[in-house]
Design a protein around this ligand. Structure first.
Ligand code: 4AD
Ligand code: MG
Length: 431
């Protein structure tokens, strides 16, 4: 009996006997020698079964195995440079737990709609596996960066009476006869938490009833949102760029194997470092116009505009100071130009779109009251939020970073549907 271990740890067991619990990725047999590609959720290893080493009965059992059958395999770990992963297993024992029915995802090309319908199974494939591991690392890096910099994780509610990011993308729910919404962002509560605890973050699912079909929009996505008291727009930008750079360096440090599976051009990630280039909205409009795009000052950048802007830079691009009219009600006006709001967006390179949105918050009671009214929001629902401007109001700022957008960029996967285990979009609710 060998030690029970996992494929990702095989290098620690070279020359020793181990036991692996997993599923059959595929098999091939010459009648005397069989190859079983075993996956166990941590990796894939080639297992070699020879009639010289095992009984005819066991070899016969091996030959009945179908793709995704569940098995325990015992054998000796042998280093083999040619084998995928650098190690293979010389099998001397095999237990079959379940012989799988005809598996719908064969190792051939399938259309995306078919794969999305079988998302619960598609997650077992090498490419999806790699994306999920990068996603895990991105999330871990966010938490480590913020925790190591004294940010306190304070959870914000998912069911809320307040709109944060406009009223057109709200998911309404019936809350015991009252109307409530699924949260679009934890920001408003984050602001209260920052006044209570100085530097905070929330991290959770957020919801937007996005009625357009694009590759960059999900209706349910995960967002990490730091918020800092006594912090202005410039301080906010520095936190955001440091977080993004940290995430990239962490993934490069720990997930090279997965980036390789994804055939990502890592040279585009290796150059990422702070400071990121900064342009004002007005300068960005100028860049678009010079590129021959018919874009008027005052408009919001579309996906195509963002791609053109980001293509001029190898680093993520920081855009700041937007027309107040296109930004959310809570943004502080630029004291140097009342038409502008102190907002910031960060666009990923290579056309992967906006990964960060945030800004400095309006901290004056009267100004904020006026802004809430101008945006036709029900003032009574925002009294608690206005309290933050009644009791100890200070300059404060924060931002939200969309996890799926960052994963998409780092993995080189342009469509967000592959960056989250179970995507929700305008046209997809299952599985
Ligand atoms: O720019 P947004 O709307 O900003 C906010 O929600 C602020 N309240 C955050 C804050 O300041 N605390 O969204 C932030 C980020 C975007 O930059 C993008 O990365 C992501 O969230 N995002 C989406 N990701 C996937 N699908 C969608 N529909 C998204 N909408 C925004
Ligand atoms: Mg935004």
């Amino acid at each position: 009996m060998g030690s029970l271990t996992t494929i990702q740890r095989l290098s620690e067991f070279a020359g020793q006997s181990v036991e692996l619990q997993g599923w059959v990725y595929n098999t091939r047999s010459s009648g005397k020698i069989g190859f079983l590609m075993l996956r166990d959720g941590t990796g894939i290893v080639q297992s070699v079964i020879s009639t010289d080493d095992v009984s005819g009965e066991l070899f016969g059992t091996f030959e009945t195995l179908t793709q995704e059958s569940a098995v325990t395999v015992r054998g000796e770990v042998r280093e083999d440079k040619r084998a995928p992963g650098g190690y293979e297993l010389l099998v001397n024992g095999l237990d079959v737990h379940h012989v799988a029915q005809d598996y719908p995802i064969a190792p051939k090309e399938h259309g995306t709609a078919f794969l999305m319908d079988h998302r619960h199974l598609w997650l077992r494939s090498r490419r999806q596996h790699a994306i999920m591991l990068v996603r895990h690392e991105v999330i871990r890096a966010c938490r480590d960066f913020l925790d190591n910099n004294d940010f306190v994780l304070v959870d914000t509610p998912i069911i809320t009476p307040n709109a944060v990011e406009g009223t057109t993308t709200l998911f309404a729910i019936d809350y015991f006869g009252r109307s409530a919404y699924l949260t679009q962002s934890g920001q408003l509560y984050n602001e209260a938490n920052a006044i209570a605890l100085k530097k905070v973050y929330c991290f959770g699912p957020t919801f937007r009833a996005e009625k357009s079909k694009t590759r960059r929009h999900l209706t349910e996505f995960w967002m990490v949102e730091p918020e800092m008291a006594y912090c202005d727009l410039d301080g906010n930008i520095e936190w955001a760029e440091q977080l993004v750079a940290y995430i990239v360096s962490r993934v490069l440090e720990t997930r090279m194997e997965q980036l390789d599976v994804l055939e990502r051009d890592v040279s585009r990630l290796e150059v990422i470092g702070t400071p990121f280039p900064r342009v004002s909205y007005t300068e960005a409009v100028d860049m678009l116009q010079k590129a021959g795009i018919d874009f008027q000052w005052g408009g919001d950048f579309g996906g195509g505009d963002e791609t053109i802007l980001s293509e001029n830079f190898e680093q993520p691009l920081i855009i700041h100071r937007f027309p107040a009219a296109i930004k959310a009600f809570y943004m502080k006006r630029d004291p140097d130009d009342e038409r502008l709001a102190l907002g910031v967006d960060i666009l990923a390179p290579e056309g992967y779109g906006e990964i960060v949105g945030g800004g400095q918050r309006e901290d004056d009671l009267d100004t904020l009251t006026t802004l809430i009214k101008q945006n036709d929001l029900p003032l009574e629902d925002y009294q608690w939020y206005l309290d933050l401007r009644r009791y100890g109001s200070v300059p404060h700022s924060g931002f939200g970073m969309g996890i799926e957008r960052v994963v998409g960029w780092i993995c080189g996967v342009p469509h967000l549907r592959e960056t989250i285990p179970y995507p929700r979009t305008l046209t997809r609710l299952e599985p």
